[in-house]
Design a protein around this ligand. Structure first.
Ligand SMILES: [Fe+2]
Length: 364
């Protein structure tokens, strides 16, 4: 028996940003976005679309939402815009994840309360949470169709996973035109994040036939589209193709969560400074090698992505795909020697995401 569930209303296609006023249904909102959104004219576009419904703009979101800067942001939002009904998150995974933290209500209106509950694993306080409309400007995060947010505590050397029934976005707008000015580095990293979400949904103990079908389609499309997009960054059809691949991957892992490659990635980001998309993808060939042979249907799904007859061929093609994009797959390239890598692998298998990996029981 299995269930597939995703409550996010997806609105996609050319100029779909125009759907924003209708999706607010007369409610007020605050825009949560990244600093460059001003220069790119995105804040003005949203302002022109929403008029008086837009009560405020928070544009100091930085990569990897960290408790240190989230706390003053949260306190300011809940002091100045307590009555705003919605947050519109416009940006990559960091903007959307930030909005998921900001939308949670606490009785005091202070972030400390939210953080204490996260740190102690206690239920988050009930209250009047704000609704979320997510508008991704990168193709990769999938955060627009999942309820999860990663909240970092760099100073404490750890991260928290935020996941509540109210952190699902109400709606997602997928407008590839918003992604057209993304530089090559971010295009590559976010595209590989999407590939990682797809593969991690397949070698996952929570997989189901729908998540696997979505993931296979997402991975095939990423492998076909991403290299071509990197050679032609201004192509709108290729941007739209990659946006769709990332969306399918997001819909797949929204029901499975991620697995071993993401579990490994958190240390690589915290201690080796790797951006998320590279941190969660450079190990994919090795993780796939560990996944193959655990389950016949999973093997078939993985082989079909790479048009491979043999497991070794699929692993080889994945490794070659990454190398052709300039991504090294040897941990030593990132400063992690063989012994340290073995220890990282061992500890990653014990983490919550590692336990989602289908080979976990055999390897841990
Ligand atoms: Fe990811």
């Amino acid at each position: 028996m299995w269930t597939y569930h995703n409550p996010v209303a997806v609105h996609a296609g050319p100029d779909s940003l125009r759907q924003l006023p209708a999706l607010l249904h007369g409610r007020s909102c605050v825009l949560v976005t990244f600093a460059e959104a001003h220069e790119l004219g995105l804040v003005e576009r949203v302002r022109a679309l929403l008029g008086d419904a837009l009560h405020g703009v928070i544009s100091d979101v930085a990569p990897n939402p960290d408790v240190q800067w989230l706390a003053p942001l949260y306190d300011r939002l809940h002091r100045e815009h307590a009555d705003a009904d919605c947050l519109v998150a416009l940006g990559g995974g960091s903007a959307i994840d930030t909005a998921k933290a900001l939308l949670c209500a606490t009785p005091s209106g202070r972030f400390d309360e939210l953080l204490a509950a996260l740190e102690q694993g206690l239920p988050l306080p009930a209250g009047r949470h704000k609704a979320l409309i997510a508008v991704p400007t990168t193709a990769g995060t999938g955060s627009e169709v999942t309820p999860w947010a990663t909240i970092w505590d760099q100073a404490g050397g750890r991260k928290h996973s935020l996941h509540q029934p109210w952190t699902w976005p109400e709606a997602a707008i997928i407008d590839a035109e918003l992604m057209q000015s993304l530089p090559a580095g971010v295009t590559l990293a976010s595209g590989l994040d999407a590939l990682s979400h797809a593969l991690e949904a397949i070698w996952n103990v929570h997989r189901n036939p729908v998540s696997t079908a979505l993931a296979v389609a997402a991975a095939r499309r990423t492998i076909d589209t991403l290299p071509r997009l990197l050679r032609d960054l201004s192509s709108l059809p290729l941007r739209a193709g990659m946006a769709q691949a990332a969306l399918l991957a997001g819909l797949a892992f929204s029901n499975t969560k991620t697995a071993l490659a993401h579990s490994l990635s958190y240390d690589m980001t915290l201690h080796h400074g790797l951006v998320h998309g590279i941190a969660c993808s450079f190990s994919l060939p090795q993780v796939m090698e560990l996944a193959l042979g655990q389950d016949a249907a999973t093997d078939a799904a993985l082989l079909s992505i790479f048009d491979a007859d043999q497991p070794g061929q699929a692993v080889h093609r994945l490794r070659e795909f990454l190398h052709a994009l300039g991504v090294a797959t040897d941990p030593a390239h990132y400063g992690v020697g063989p012994e340290a890598w073995r220890a990282m692998l061992h500890s990653a298998l014990q983490g919550p995401r590692g336990r989602n990996f289908i080979g976990q029981a055999a390897l841990a």
